[in-house]
Design a protein around this ligand. Structure first.
Ligand SMILES: Nc1ncnc2c1ncn2[C@@H]1O[C@H](COP(=O)(O)OP(=O)(O)OP(=O)(O)O)[C@@H](O)[C@H]1O
Ligand SMILES: CC(C)(CO)[C@@H](O)C(=O)NCCC(=O)O
Length: 340
């Protein structure tokens, strides 16, 4: 997808009276409900349809990537907490996204409007969508969508995948002939690990229930934070060694060099709390938040690495809102993958 013609606008709402909406779709997960819709301004509106031109996705990648049509318009992303599903329905209603959003889908004439939706919430919340908006959620399997989306981004969008270590973001140049097989680790409320061998060729090989929902849920109980962003922000100000038992705490300040453990390595997450004569209130919320973030990210990194090893996969791609735009979390994952 050529990013010169294809703008991605995070959470900026277009004016419904001057904008034409196409292809509203939803991913209703355990924590977050994600909406995507495509818009064209009056300027780019041709005979009631979006202008589509089949062309290569990027001058630079001519020949090396598959041809995809380029839609001249904007993709708009919006997210809501899934628990506030009514806010999402209100938004769709106010912005009048649902009639336009189905325009190019398979609903000609007076058929009931149907919107593509994935994630567990497409089952759980089918009734409120029907009752309040009169729309059917046309369900797609979440793993199919996840893999199709990841493959599309990796095959088509330049500068999409990157490594993150020590504050350094480095884009990965992907050789299309050497993309598969890879391990896809999607960190949402829970974590899914999928071995991807090609388009439509994948198997969910592992997962863990200790994921983004655990960080936010347990973190809320420990710190009284009111939002995920607040909890994450708090964790940046904390020091996990106040809560975690380090190798040095066990070895009298020394490394355990013989097995490659430095004195600062975490020997036991939250381990200090067992023997400290302290109540929960005596620990600083920021230190607990930091320790929790480390514990969960390290665990995901370790399980991912072991699964990559188990299936002989040389590359792991991480995704999901637990890490999106969160450099410290990404860095912790990278350190964990390298450590184990
Ligand atoms: N603003 C936010 N509000 C709540 N959680 C957030 C927010 N930003 C990031 N997160 C994190 O992202 C996680 C949700 O990620 P994502 O949307 O990818 O998963 P999901 O689709 O809701 O879950 P699942 O796939 O397991 O059903 C949350 O559990 C939380 O850790
Ligand atoms: C249940 C799903 C697939 C819903 O997205 C996800 O939250 C998940 O992969 N959870 C982890 C489940 C496990 O493998 O332990």
């Amino acid at each position: 997808m050529d990013q010169r013609e294809f703008e991605i606008q995070p959470n900026s709402d277009p004016n419904p009276s001057t904008t034409h909406v196409y292809h509203l779709a939803l991913d209703i997960g355990g924590s977050l409900n994600k909406l995507v819709y495509f818009t064209k301004d009056d300027d780019h509106f041709v005979d009631g349809e979006a202008e589509i031109s089949p062309r290569n996705t990027s001058e630079k990648s001519k020949g090396s990537r598959r041809n995809h049509p380029v839609l001249k318009g904007k993709l708009n992303f919006k997210k809501f907490e899934t628990s506030k599903i009514d806010d999402c329905i209100d938004f769709i209603k106010t912005m009048k996204l649902h009639p336009g959003g189905s325009r190019q889908q398979e609903n000609p004439g007076s058929q009931p409007i149907s919107i593509k939706a994935t994630g567990g919430g497409s089952y759980k919340y089918a009734d409120p969508f029907k009752e309040r908006l009169g729309i059917n959620l046309d369900k797609e399997d979440e793993m199919d969508c996840l893999v199709a989306g990841a493959n599309f981004l990796l095959e088509v969008v330049d500068r999409e995948a990157y490594t993150y270590m020590g504050d350094q973001r480095q884009f990965v140049q992907i050789d299309q002939n050497d993309l598969y097989p890879y391990l896809l680790v999607n960190i949402g409320s829970g974590v899914s690990m999928i071995k991807v061998e090609g388009n439509g060729k994948f198997e969910r090989v592992s997962g863990t229930s200790i994921g983004g929902g655990t960080f936010w849920g347990l973190g809320k109980l420990l710190t009284q934070c009111k939002s995920f962003d607040e909890l994450l922000e708090l964790s940046y100000q904390g020091n996990n060694k106040e809560v975690d038992m380090l190798v040095g705490d066990i070895y009298g300040g020394m490394d355990y060099a013989k097995i490659g453990l430095s004195s600062t390595a975490i020997a036991s997450s939250f381990g200090k709390a067992m023997s400290d004569k302290k109540e929960r209130e005596d620990y600083r919320p920021e230190d607990m938040a930091r320790s929790l973030l480390r514990m969960i990210s390290n665990n995901i990194g370790q399980i991912s690495y072991l699964n990559a090893l188990r299936f002989g996969l040389k590359r792991i791609f991480f995704g999901g809102f637990f890490i999106q735009r969160h450099p410290f979390t990404m860095d912790t994952l990278s350190v964990a993958v390298n450590f184990w």
